[in-house]
Unconditional design. Structure first.
Length: 441
């Protein structure tokens, strides 16, 4: 609960920092409403829609309302999926408004001691430090391989955790060993004639928990004719920080990444995680008040390209004989890949080119699955409501494989499959892993 003094400071910073032109751009037309999962799942509650949240922000700026717990709750419940942006006739940058508002509130309220410790540990202690991330993830690998995981399941101790967390523990990928995570090369060469030189943004969770997916990504790039550099000094993209009211830390990470890549002399910087890619292309906005860094950020963002986009550009799907066992597949969009990077046809084109795979479009594939970073942990009830509807649509396709393009989405769809008892006949897989299967088949 915020104090009167904290509310006054929050109101003052809303008036100083919120982009009032952007707030006024919202015409209250309501085109965003059908695309907003929290508006729908809350029973069409206006304050849980993009239009409603912008109205609350503007009301705080105008001094009409106080930035109380109801305002904060409305903003916290937002997934940040940004599905409202492509359908907005005025082009309102809702995601930028949301992140600014969250940062103002977070930096001007006093969290409880446990929350302060948790936030400091996560945002400062682990994610900015690749070595610590590898060490922490390796402990999970030891838990999985040592028999502790089996013992935890047999003892029933997992019943002490919320159902969604206990299920999530079961669907986590098998974590590689620490030595494998440390053996990341700094350069790889194309298999065949080199057509492009690219840098690979390896990420933090992607280069630890999802290392095999990163390896599959670089293998596809090599097969497509790319020489690859993997800058050693790169770090976490900062998306989790930016979405959680830790803007200063996000800026620091952005600067480190820009510096790490700008001497690479490459055609593109390739990403394989929709959430990371979307935050990377927003670096110029994040650093808009620092002229020197903004120019460097623009040069950086102009090279960002999703793995599916470069594979299509290099006609990978036409030059490689992609095939798989006869199966029906469907695709779940990564919200940020679609809504921010505007990449949605390329993954579908690649999947539809695979011999033996019958592609079936999922109803509302462009709607959020409810993962949204750590949203499925901190807002589990709303996340599971959204996931339940997503699984209804997935089941209706009769697909045996759900393909997605973001690690959070992948885990969320695996969670949905497990919750619905469908693991015996349905699986979820990252698109690069599926494409590599199709190449090797």
């Amino acid at each position: 609960m915020t104090t009167t003094k904290e509310r006054q400071q929050i109101k003052h910073e809303f008036q100083e920092r919120m982009d009032q032109d952007e707030l006024l751009n919202c015409m209250r037309c309501g085109f965003c409403l059908p695309s907003c999962p929290t508006y729908i799942e809350s029973g069409f509650k206006e304050s849980h829609s993009p239009r409603g949240r912008i109205a609350l922000m503007k009301a705080v700026v105008d001094g009409v309302i106080e930035p109380d717990e109801d305002v904060e709750r409305s903003l916290d419940l937002c997934l940040g999926c940004r599905a409202c942006e492509p359908v907005c006739p005025s082009g309102v940058n809702y995601g930028h408004l949301l992140e600014e508002a969250r940062d103002i509130i977070n930096q001007n309220k006093k969290h409880s001691l446990p929350v302060r410790v948790l936030r400091k540990t996560v945002f400062e202690g682990f994610f900015p430090h690749p070595g610590r991330m590898r060490m922490l993830t390796s402990l999970l690998g030891i838990y999985q391989r040592s028999g502790l995981q089996k013992a935890a399941h047999a003892s029933g101790v997992m019943k002490l955790f919320p159902d969604s967390m206990a299920t999530m523990e079961r669907v986590l990928p098998q974590v590689p060993r620490l030595k494998d995570m440390k053996n990341r090369p700094n350069a790889l060469f194309s298999i065949g004639v080199a057509r492009k030189k690219v840098a690979f943004f390896s990420g933090c969770l992607m280069d630890t928990m999802f290392l095999e997916t990163n390896n599959a990504t670089t293998k596809l790039l090599q097969l497509a004719g790319c020489d690859i550099v993997i800058p050693e000094q790169q770090t976490c993209c900062g998306a989790l920080h930016g979405h959680s009211g830790e803007k200063a830390s996000a800026k620091d990470l952005a600067k480190k990444n820009i510096a790490a890549f700008e001497d690479s002399d490459v055609d593109y910087i390739i990403t394989n995680a929709g959430g990371c890619g979307a935050f990377l292309v927003d670096y110029d906005h994040l650093l808009k008040d620092e002229p020197e860094w903004k120019e460097r950020a623009i040069r950086f963002k102009n090279k960002i390209k999703d793995i599916s986009s470069i594979l299509v550009e290099l006609e990978f799907h036409k030059k490689k004989n992609l095939r798989t066992d006869a199966q029906r597949i469907t695709y779940q969009d990564s919200c940020h890949l679609r809504n921010v990077q505007r990449t949605f046809m390329e993954p579908r084109l690649l999947l539809q080119s695979i011999e033996g795979a019958e592609y079936k479009e999922m109803k509302q594939a462009d709607h959020c699955c409810g993962s949204a970073g750590i949203y499925n942990i901190v807002e589990s009830e709303m996340s599971m409501k959204i996931l339940d509807h997503k699984m209804e649509n997935a089941e209706a396709t009769h697909a045996v494989t759900i393909v997605t393009a973001n690690p959070g989405c992948l885990l969320q769809m695996k969670l949905g499959i497990e919750r619905e008892g469908l693991s015996h006949k349905m699986r979820a897989v990252h698109i690069v892993d599926f494409l590599l299967e199709a190449v090797e088949e």
